[in-house]
Design a protein. Sequence first.
Length: 359
Amino acid sequence: MINPLRFAYLIDLLSLPLALRADWLYRHMGELPTTPHTDPLPKLSIIVPARNEVHNLKRSLPTLQSINYPGEFEIIVVDDNSSDGTAALAEEYSTQVLRLTSLPAGWLGKPHACHQGTVRASGEWLLFTDADVLHHPDGPANAVHLALEENLDALSLFLEHRGINFAERISIMVAYAGLFAGLRRLDRFLNGQYILLPQEVYQTSGGFAAVRHEKLEDLALGAHLQQLGYRIRTIRGCSAASVKMYTDNFQLWHGMTRLSAGTLKWLGVSSLVTGFFTTTVVDPLLNIIPSRRKNRPRGWAALTWGLTALGFIPWARRLGSGWYALLAPLGAVPVLTAAVWGIIRQLLGRGIVWKDRIV
């Protein structure tokens, strides 16, 4: 018969191997080549869905207009019924602007904005990218070149994170490690910050119209394309672009609630691994509670905290400093709390607030 206390000790120690496995998967997913290409490439339509994004577009649109793309390209900003002058700002940068003033029944905002952008697009390839993404001049050309070279039906990139505050840094560190700890495969995973695919594939598959009601439309689209047999690849693209996901801790909370709860759906059975991993990361924090310490060997709290931090060093370094690994148990608290809160709201039928809408 298994000793419950020994079993609890084992659980405490599992965060390290799971974090190392997550890091291994991240490192072996591949990276976008950085060699500039001058060979002519097909026309590219860059679609930017934007809802109240004046602050971000002021920085992102100049980077898009400055790309080194050896072929025709167009920038389409889809103003998703903004109230802050998003469309007017986009017009100042001489981009194509599509103003949306209503949201049809059965659609959520972002998939609708992305889909409407494709109606205007004339490119052979479509690049969907968020308004808070800053682009390297060679990024889009390198991405299209790789997709053509490998005969891909969809290519998506994980981007570099920039300008993040303390709370965001330790939360994202744990969230990313948890995501990769639960992933079994990457051939159905798309990151909505940067999705590239041929216009033909989009039209044939149904694109975002096929996942119009999904809260995490990028993960839903990836699963949809994979089920149809399309070839998908997701790789690291820190050399291509960077992103700042949240402007303050309030937005961070809502974003983590949406992403944590929504991601669990698309990870399927693997979501149990993600949830279990995040719980083990919180456990060293619980081990310092007096009532918990009485049932643990002396120094157990320090040991479990140290082993947990050791597994997070690679993730912390990617976000600025390896020392942030020491704060992984603290970062796991908002991630786990946001996931639980998001699931509760979903079960109660109340949805999650995002971009001033209930999704």
